[in-house]
Design a protein around this ligand. Structure first.
Ligand code: AMP
Length: 277
């Protein structure tokens, strides 16, 4: 596995592959890799001639009060995982090169970026969309892989790629979960053992809500009961919402396909998850 740290080196390294007509699969990450990330990597390796993974904890998607400084960084362990998986290239851009002095351009979003995460992290998707468009422009992959774990992010990226005519296929990948259903996340490392046990209730609540919706209960009643259940176990619920699965528009009746999305905090740890209904 080759480690690339500069954009110039990335371009000269990938150009011959492109000239030879090799497909390039790309998995952007913030590191602290787990089996969820590795599922994206394996999918990319199965579908492409070359796979490149980026690790970049993107400062512009964190608000000043968020966990940028504390975000888990474990480059040696990440490299070992990627190397053992047979990844061809890992790209770790430097923040100074990626955001040079005077950096002044940001992607502006509406559509699926409105509401949900944006109500609680207004800065977030502009930071994500800008860094992903930069990464896509640097790597110029054939396909890029994103997890349904971050469902709103996935739709934001799909819309951006369509709207800005970026020449890449966005491939969604299903959420990988722990045995008790908790969606794998780098931030799960912040959970105390007691919180970790409680955290499984998020996925259970999503599934019970989906089952009750399918059984004909009203959306309002189901969401109210779901929020109250999480609150009664000590969660602070940012949102529990039923949305159209393609547009993320709010829906008041169960139309197919729909998506249930949740963000809830246990102490200072914020967890998100979603399922199809
Ligand atoms: P992150 O490092 O959190 O920015 O995530 C990098 C990519 O991995 C994103 O496309 C995430 O949606 C995806 N991802 C994170 N956790 C999971 C998971 N549990 N299952 C599937 N994909 C995931």
């Amino acid at each position: 596995m080759h480690h690339i740290t500069t954009i110039a080196n990335l371009r000269t390294t990938l150009a011959p592959h492109r000239l030879q007509g090799r497909s390039i699969g790309f998995v952007p990450t913030m590191g602290a890799l787990h089996a969820g990330h590795m599922a994206l990597v394996e999918r990319s390796m199965a579908e492409n001639d070359i796979t490149i993974v980026s690790i970049f904890v993107n400062p512009t998607q964190f608000a000043p009060n968020e966990d940028f400084a504390a975000y888990p960084r474990q480059e040696a362990a990440d490299f070992e995982l990627l190397q053992n998986a047979g990844v061809d290239y890992v790209f770790t851009p430097g923040a100074d090169e990626f955001y040079p002095e005077g950096f002044a351009t940001t992607v502006t979003l509406t559509g699926p970026a409105l509401g949900l995460e944006t109500d609680f992290r207004p800065h977030f998707f502009a930071g994500v969309a800008t860094v992903v468009s930069k990464l896509l422009n640097c790597v110029q992959p054939t396909r890029a892989y994103f997890g349904e774990k971050d469902y709103q992010q996935l739709l934001v990226i799909k819309h951006m790629v369509r709207d800005l005519n970026l020449p890449v296929v966005i491939t969604p990948c299903p959420t990988l979960r722990e045995i008790d259903g908790l969606a794998m996340s780098s931030r799960n490392a912040y959970l105390s053992p007691e919180m970790r046990v409680k955290a499984a209730l998020i996925y259970k609540t999503l599934n019970d809500c989906a089952q009750n919706l399918r059984a004909g209960a009203t959306v309002q009643d189901v969401l109210k009961a779901g929020v109250e259940r999480l609150q009664s176990h000590g969660f602070a619920v940012d949102y529990l919402a039923l949305r159209d699965a393609a547009s993320l528009e709010p829906i008041t009746n169960l139309t197919s396909p729909a998506r249930l999305l949740v963000a809830a905090r246990l102490g200072s740890v914020r967890l998100i998850d979603n399922i199809g209904v």
